[in-house]
Design a protein. Structure first.
Length: 169
């Protein structure tokens, strides 16, 4: 950045004045200041979307959280959005089932939940009435807690594999 200095040439002093202006390096050199776009609307929309996502997370957590381990009948009458999140979490947890632990776990970031699934009574099928249909599947014990907490699931003798036969009507 240049700045003004006083120069001496013989008996007369010369004043140099410099005016600094912002301009684009590769744009037109007209000397006009660059127009800065107004991002107020974009910022407000992003904040509204983040607020809606946080509210949805709180709602799902309130609807799905359990006090310890429960059977699938606990979730009777569950709204469709919450049921979809829960069934997705149960499916992932069953895919993560480890016989050494006797359970499977899944963390659902969209809802801020940690779901732990353990087999219930062997060769037992349960049917749960949801808000938009029936869920038929193996008897499972489910624990749903906030993702930052560790579930308190009792360890019991369990079969070597977890059943994963589901039917949604």
């Amino acid at each position: 950045m240049a700045h003004g200095t006083t120069a001496r040439a013989g008996a007369a002093r010369h004043q140099v004045e410099v005016t600094l202006r912002e301009h684009e390096r590769h744009g037109p050199a007209t000397g006009r200041p660059r127009k800065v776009p107004d991002t107020t609307a974009v910022r407000a929309a992003a904040q509204a979307a983040a607020s809606a996502a946080a509210q949805c997370r709180r709602h799902l957590l309130a609807v799905l959280a359990t006090n310890g381990e429960v059977s699938l009948e606990y979730f009777a009458g569950l709204p469709s959005q919450a049921a979809a999140v829960l069934l997705n979490a149960i499916e992932i947890a069953l895919g993560q089932y480890r016989p050494s632990r006797g359970s499977g776990q899944a963390v659902i970031d969209d809802a801020g939940l940690q779901v732990t699934v353990r087999p219930g009574l062997p060769r037992t099928t349960v049917t749960v009435e949801l808000a938009e249909g029936r869920l038929t599947g193996p008897d499972l014990r489910v624990s749903v807690v906030p993702a930052d907490k560790s579930p308190d699931v009792p360890r019991q003798a369990t079969p070597d594999t977890a059943e994963s036969t589901w039917s949604i009507a």
